[in-house]
Design a protein around this ligand. Structure first.
Ligand code: NAD
Length: 276
């Protein structure tokens, strides 16, 4: 069965739109884009469009590649102090020469809708209420919508990045899954995936997860986005793995739209945290 991220995200976006309207909320996100990386531009446009659809205002601040780190620093501080701005999103990657971690951590954690600051990530690992990164939160929302209970499951997460692999492993662990993390130095990934009830793949290698690496009935979440010959392909060999899977996300229309939805829900959540 398909885990239809597009369908579920549309439903959740509608629900969010209704809440924003009914509660008469004025929400605004400032998106900072440094330079003109074409992929980043596509992502930013997608976020702006989706925000508009649910009634969240966006302001795009596109800075030139040549700005100094100190100028970006001043901008982030100004937005932190601007009470009309609920959420700040610093589009990554920053051009070479910028200290990304330092810039991210200038963002007020109470406006950090990406959940990338040390405070929000630290809170996640201390099980405190926080803003989670949108991709792992989107995956959790998706499995919740399909009423998949991961408690007691053998889960394998392939990838250990700060924004996907590590937080999704922690969120699944919090739901009582037994989680194994595989990565670029894992000797034999198949050894682990063969035993897995649920596999999350977040690597960035097209068709990394193959049919012979999974058992019948496995649940597969494909986070990967790979552009091959102008087509978007995930990290899972969908055509063959889907024959064995009980549930599987497609690429596109799987984790991608759930990520955007979670980002929008983060803006709403932040506005509630401010008022509570
Ligand atoms: P990353 O490059 O930060 O991390 C990749 C991880 O894969 C690393 O932890 C590395 O150890 C592991 N890895 C590398 N080669 C491997 C191998 N041969 N076998 C096993 N593990 C290996 O990437 P990321 O930011 O976590 O993103 C991963 C993928 O997910 C990318 O394709 C990215 O475009 C995509 N992504 C999609 C969304 C979405 O909304 N759908 C969001 C974020 C990232």
């Amino acid at each position: 069965m398909l885990l239809d991220g597009l369908l579920i995200s549309k439903k959740r976006n509608e629900e969010l739109k209704t809440k924003i309207k009914n509660e008469n909320l004025k929400l605004k996100t400032s998106i900072i884009l440094v330079g003109e990386d074409p992929a980043s531009l596509v992502y930013v446009k997608g976020k702006i469009k989706a925000s508009k659809e649910v009634g969240i205002e966006t302001e795009l601040i596109n800075l030139s590649n040549n700005i100094k780190e100190s100028e970006l620093e001043l901008l982030i501080k100004r937005l932190n102090n601007d009470s009309s701005v609920n959420g700040i999103l610093l589009q990554l990657p920053l051009p070479k020469g910028f200290n990304e971690k330092k810039m991210i951590n200038l963002i007020d954690p109470n406006k950090d809708i990406d959940g990338f600051t040390t405070i929000n990530q630290g809170k996640l690992f201390q099980k405190l209420d926080c803003i989670n990164a949108a991709t792992p939160q989107g995956i959790i929302n998706l499995i919740d919508e399909y009423k998949i209970d991961v408690s007691g499951m053998n889960v394998v997460v392939i990838g250990r990045s700060q924004i996907v692999g590590l937080p999704i492993a922690k969120l699944l662990l919090d739901r009582n899954a037994s989680v194994t993390i595989c990565h670029s130095k894992t000797k034999d990934i198949k050894l682990y995936t063969k035993e897995a009830d649920l596999v999350v793949v977040a690597v960035g290698i097209a068709k990394l997860l193959k049919e012979d690496m999974v058992k019948d009935g496995v649940i597969v979440i494909d986070v990967g986005i790979n552009r091959i010959d102008g087509k978007l392909i995930g990290d899972v060999d969908f055509e063959n793995v889907s024959k064995k899977a009980s549930y599987i996300t497609p690429v596109p229309r799987g984790v991608g739209p759930m990520t955007i939805n979670a980002l929008l829900e983060n803006v709403y959540k932040i506005s509630k945290m401010e008022r509570d």
